[in-house]
Design a binder for this molecule. Structure first.
Ligand code: 4NP
Length: 164
């Protein structure tokens, strides 16, 4: 899909792009839609790894999201590129390893666009833990953390960009 130049472009990034970042993509999109801010935003997600390119989201992530009203079924995994880092306005890493890998991929002038997603939330925790080898609780926690940070990040961005 072409990136729309007039929108604020947001990229959510994790390792596999099948659990955390697609969850952040759909939750942030839905919260933006509910507030009427979706017209100002282009939201996408990607993984630092290549294992799940073209794959649908993890079934456990999909089911946990559905229970809270988020539909991830149309998403497919892809790997983050240097071009992404140039094009997106904000790039949010789910954990410190993702942050490290994104910074390593980035030219110095783009590094300020990259941050930990949970730094924009209210929790003490600053990483969304990788749920891939966890039980159902891990996926519930991913959603709790992402819902919390998404609401707060949306308020911050809407103030900064003066979205009506
Ligand atoms: P994600 O979770 O980074 O939240 O999408 C993972 C998905 C797959 C793998 C690791 C983490 N993996 O090793 O295949």
């Amino acid at each position: 899909m072409d990136i729309q130049q007039d929108k604020t472009k947001i990229l959510m990034v994790c390792l596999g792009n099948i659990c955390r970042s697609p969850t952040a993509e759909v939750v942030f999109r839905e919260k933006a839609r509910a507030e009427g801010f979706d017209k100002y935003l282009y939201i996408d997600s990607a993984g630092t790894g290549s294992w799940h390119i073209g794959h649908p989201p993890d079934e456990r992530a999909t089911q946990t999201a559905i229970q809270r009203g988020y539909d991830m079924s149309a998403l497919r995994g892809r790997q983050v590129t240097r071009e992404d880092i140039e094009k997106y306005d904000y790039i949010f890493a789910m954990d410190r390893q993702n942050l490290h890998d994104l910074l390593a991929l980035s030219n110095p002038e783009h590094r300020e666009k990259i941050s930990l997603f949970l730094h924009h939330g209210n929790t003490e925790q600053d990483e969304v833990p990788d749920p891939y080898y966890s039980g159902a609780d891990g996926f519930e926690l991913v959603l709790d953390l992402i819902e919390d940070a998404s609401g707060k990040l949306l308020r911050t961005l809407s103030g900064k960009h003066q979205w009506a």
